[in-house]
Design a protein around this ligand. Structure first.
Ligand code: ATP
Ligand code: MG
Length: 573
């Protein structure tokens, strides 16, 4: 490809609208342009990278026996009613009517459509295992689309669905897909971790997320420093240490103290001269709309809403507003406490079970209670693991250290079991002729998000440093002066030879200063740059520069081809 013919509008300045580096660089490198919130056009360079990732995904999906198909984006409401998701899915589901007033939605995912497809086709256990996938645009009306391709409203996803006779067979399929996912992200040149993930309201069955490690990641993951345990913090259990199991005897009497205007944990602990770990905060939440729940958490700990949701078995959980807090507790926000909350369900974090002589809100303005003890001063509530794991906690598997890291969720695999097949009547006849529901799995990869994550992880102050397997071109040839016929002749020849070898090469034939060309080559992140210039005239030599290391070598013109081949093969084993 000739640069002068390529639609590649690069930008010198960082666009104001972009917050994270991948978004900035994708705009600057002319990969994407925004149409409206969460809607992007892929320009030729961006599309090339997307296709690279898709190619890797296809190869690895096909390798484990998954077959590609393509399903419609517009999906009828009836199917979503069958799975009971038409009402439940929330506002991300864009619902609309056609000219006949029939209801439809834009597919945010395809469980309903695929289950509808196979229920008409899979009849017997002999038709399985079956694994089908597509690479397709999805639409989710995200509340906060941001970070460019990272969280779009329209985005490209690879979604696969597996169909097995029983859970044992599903385990085998799931294991294969787990390996395939690891290979995909390895081949993309990414530093990633598979982590245990929350299964949401479906509950019970396994799920893993594939996280690309990056500071800007929206997800927090708990990794063990000793074993290979890694989990989304949403799910990571907190293990109670053996020496914390026996509660101490109460040392103090309960006493109400004045704490005028001291609402936050920090304010109260400074005012009373005690550590935040002596305080118990009382949070008032509303479950599934209107059921109040008082939640008790140690002052220095953080509530884990996903764990709490699971414990309560509810779909939705929101913090009560000031008005509701007043109504439920009788106290202004900041002074709520569990005393006298007789008609409200109270759930306390498990580590409060052994606490003695703690401090709580007194349920009246400007007052707290100190020296509080379970049983004596207030009834023992329900205890459960409902807080976020912290680096002070032990690894739930081996007891080693816990480190919190940020990650970008690029893939998610999930054992669905029979949720959809049961609801939608997708069954088969087993070897003994009995009718049974098909056991399903689903497996997603955000293709655009993977590209964004690759950039988030691989860049420097000059621009993108693409891993070779996903780079839009592997080599760029930069002749320093296009008016010099010797230089151009050599550059053209190299260009032809590289292209002949199947190497993706971009010839920067623009009438630009070398500085401009080098800057653009660095910005768009092409792994190897061949400079044809002064050295050619003097010694018939060219320079090959590696984008990642900044190292350059000088080789004779005849050796350039061989050097590039070697460099590429060592970068793409
Ligand atoms: P998130 O928690 O980030 O909203 P999700 O858990 O809802 O994602 P899944 O339903 O598991 O997403 O979708 C599979 C994959 O699709 C995700 O792992 C992610 O890579 C990608 N994905 C999901 N939502 C978006 C989006 N709005 N923009 C780009 N990619 C997305
Ligand atoms: Mg997910």
């Amino acid at each position: 490809m000739r640069y002068s013919r390529l639609f590649l509008p690069t930008l010198k300045e960082n666009p104001a609208e972009a917050e994270v580096v991948s978004h900035k660089l994708m705009l600057r490198a002319g990969m994407i342009r925004k149409l409206a919130s969460g809607l992007y056009s892929y320009l030729p360079l961006g599309l090339r990278i997307l296709r690279k990732v898709e190619k890797i995904i296809r190869e690895e999906m096909n390798r484990v026996g998954a077959q590609e198909l393509l399903m419609p984006m517009v999906q009828p409401a009836e199917l979503w009613r069958e799975s009971d998701r038409w009402e439940r899915y929330g506002k991300e589901l864009l619902r609309f009517k056609d000219r006949h007033h029939r209801e439809f939605c834009l597919g945010p995912t395809h469980e309903e459509v695929i289950t509808d497809l196979v229920r008409g086709e899979i009849r017997s256990y002999r038709d399985m295992p079956l694994n089908l996938y597509q690479i397709k645009t999805k639409f989710r009306d995200e509340i906060r689309p941001r970070f460019g391709l990272m969280r779009g409203r329209e985005f490209i996803m690879k979604d696969a669905y597996s169909f097995d006779c029983d859970y044992e067979a599903l385990d085998t399929t799931y294991g294969k897909m787990h390996k395939a996912y690891s290979r995909i992200f390895e081949r993309c040149g990414l530093d990633f971790r598979p982590v245990e993930a929350d299964t949401g309201s479906i509950g019970g069955e396994a799920s893993h997320e594939f996280m690309v490690l990056a500071e800007t990641g929206e997800d927090l993951i708990a990794c063990c420093t000793e074993c290979n345990y890694a989990a989304n913090v949403e799910l990571a259990p907190v293990r109670v240490l053996a020496d914390k199991v026996e509660p101490l005897e109460p040392g103090w009497d309960m006493e109400k103290v004045n704490t005028p205007g001291k609402r936050s944990i920090e304010e109260v602990s400074i005012f009373l001269g005690i550590g935040p770990d002596t305080l118990v905060k009382t949070l008032i939440l509303l479950a599934d709309g209107d059921e109040p729940v008082a939640v008790l958490i140690r002052g220095d700990h953080e509530l884990n809403e996903v764990k709490l949701k699971r414990f309560l078995g509810v779909e939705e959980l929101v913090f009560a507003d000031d008005e509701a807090v007043r109504l439920i507790t009788g106290a202004p926000p900041g002074f709520a406490g569990p005393v006298g909350l007789d008609s409200v369900r109270i759930v306390a974090d498990q580590c409060l079970e052994t606490m003695t002589d703690f401090v709580i809100g007194a349920n009246e303005a400007d007052a707290h209670c100190v020296g509080v003890n379970w049983g004596r001063d207030l009834p023992r509530p329900e205890f459960a693991d409902i807080r976020v794991i912290s680096p002070e906690d032990p690894c739930p598997v081996c007891g080693g250290g816990i480190e919190l890291r940020r990650g970008i969720e690029v893939g998610h695999i999930f054992k669905l079991g029979i949720k959809y097949s049961e609801a939608m009547g997708a069954s088969f006849l087993d070897a003994r002729g009995r009718k049974r529901p098909i056991v399903m799995g689903c497996y997603g990869i955000g293709v655009g998000r993977t590209v964004a994550a690759a950039i988030e992880q691989n860049h420097d102050e000059n621009g993108i440093v693409f891993p070779v397997p996903v780079a839009p071109f592997q080599v760029i040839i930069s002749p320093v002066n296009v008016k010099d016929s010797d230089i151009m002749e050599a550059a053209e020849k190299l260009y032809g030879q590289l292209a002949e070898l199947g190497i993706e090469v971009l010839l920067d034939d623009r009438r630009e200063r070398p500085g401009v060309k080098f800057k653009d080559a660095d910005l768009i992140g092409i792994p190897f740059r061949i400079t044809v210039g002064r050295r050619l005239k003097e010694k018939n030599e060219v320079e090959i520069k590696t984008r990642k290391t900044g190292d350059s070598i000088v080789v004779s013109r005849d050796k350039a081809l061989e050097s590039i081949r070697e460099m590429l093969s060592s970068a793409c084993p």
